[in-house]
Structures are given as C-alpha cells and as structure tokens.
Design a protein around this ligand. Sequence first.
Ligand code: CP
Ligand code: NVA
Length: 300
Amino acid sequence: MSVRHFLTLTDFSSQELKALIQRAIELKAMQKKKEIYEPLKNQVLGMVFEKSSTRTRVSFETGMIQFGGSAIFLSPRDTQLGRGEPIEDSARVLSRMVDAIMIRTFEHEKIELFAKYSSVPVINALTDRFHPCQLLADMQTWFEHCGDIAGKTATWIGDGNNMCHSYINAARQFDFKLNIATPEGYEPDADLVKIAGDHVEMISDPVNASRNSDLIVTDVWASMGQEEEQKKREEAFRGYQVNDNIMGIANSDAIFMHCLPAHRGEEVSADVIDGQQSVVWDEAENRLHAQKALLEILLK
Ligand code: CP
Ligand code: NVA
C-alpha cells in the first residue's frame, strides 16, 4: 500500500477532513479532562524546520508527547540537509528511522520530492505555497464557534500567499464561499482560483469583499523569506488592514482569524485582534488538537 502524505488539503477527501475536525474536537475534550490516550507509543516524528516557528513546532512536539511518542527537531544548520545532501537521499534515510516526517520549507516542489522518496507519511508544516495544517486548526475553530461552515462566506484580506492558497482549497473542501481582496500584483495563483470555481470570488476592494461575510481572515504582508520586501509591501498593502471599519461592514456576528504571528498596526489593528470578535487564541491552541487528529489518521 502506498504511503499517505498530507501536503495540501486536497490530499484528503472532504468527508475525511470533516471527520478529522470532529476528531480534533473530541481529542481536545479528552485532553482537557487530562485523559491519558497514547496511541502512538514509541513512535517518532522527525520535524524538519528550514524556517522559524513557534506554534507549529510546539504543537507537533507536544502532540507527539501527549500521544506517548516523541519528536526530533531537525534544522538545516546542524544536519546534512543544510550542506546539500540530496533531498531524495535525506528522505530515504530519515524515513527508515522515524515514523512520520513534518517539513517546513520554502519551495513546495521540495516537499513533493521528499514525499516521493519517503517510505513514511510526510506532513506539510508550511511551504511558500501552502499551509494546510493551519487550515485544520482554522476549520476546527470555526466549527467550535459557529457550527458547519458550508454555505457561509469568508473574506481573505491581504496577500495572496500560502495561507490564502490553503483557504482557497478549504473553500472547495468545506464548501464555503471565499471573497479575496488583494492589492494588484499580489493575487493568489490564478490556476488555484480557477479550479475553485464559484467557491472563490476576487473582489479587490476590501470593504466590498467584507460585505455579508461571516469570517474575516488575514495574514502578514511579508511572509518568511520576503523580509527584504517589507517596505515595498507596506506601501502596496496600505488600505488592506483589517480594522473596526472592516469588521463593521462584515456580518455583526462575524469572527476574525489570523494564523499568527501578527503585526498589529499593519495587516490588523490592535482593536480587532484583541477585540471581542477575534478567536485567534483558540485558533492557535487548535493547532495542537487538529494536528493530533492528523497524526492519528496517518500513523495509527
Ligand atoms: N501559524 C504558524 O504556523 O505559526 P508558527 O510560524 O509560529 O509555527
Ligand atoms: N504567510 C506566513 C505564515 C506564517 C505562519 C509565512 O509564510 O510567513
């Protein structure tokens, strides 16, 4: 049987994703009750990080420990990965030792190549193109706060980046409508938008895009690896801040999400991220529970 990877949300069916979210909610309740549940005893997750992380690292590591297993942090600085050992070789070697591998890297093609040569499941913990694990947490958070997301409207404001691409996939898989407002030149991948069909609408004006919306979501203007574009992007994204004006246009019970880390005063105002409609702390916590559900599916 071929190994199952999780490189994008489209690697799982819509039913599987919904079941995963329900399982994440159950695992969260079990954890809150301090119930011991160790389905992954003696199993090891290799965690390759070529970019920084707080949430992803801590949630995967904690999840493995709670499940009775363990995790190994691998950075290119002190492994042969950083000295040019071929990805194909690294994948074959690491997957002969650990039970699953989580990777955060730059080019999405790199994780695809790694997965091709890995004999154990590979999990995308963020590439320049997608961040599917974050969407599991976002969807769990939505379901906990508001029930099913099918038929609802979400609005993405800001960069057409890895998070935006994963929202496009989520709109297809969870059957919601996604309005996307980006400045010219920062649109998401046109092919992804096309495949999403009626699920996605490009509305460049953030105010118009927020009308009738149930969920407002944004992300940093300059992602990891784009630090030198910060100034240029601040100019381009002026007018794309999620603030009280935007939340006032959206439905009155709309919620606000951000994958974090956030830059208050840039993509979101402090009033919004620290305000009543923000669910960002639940969203961050749910990285743990949603990824435990993912690990359970891939490894148990
Ligand atoms: N949201 C997210 O992936 O956070 P980290 O970069 O801290 O892992
Ligand atoms: N778009 C951001 C997400 C960080 C979790 C980045 O890639 O840096």
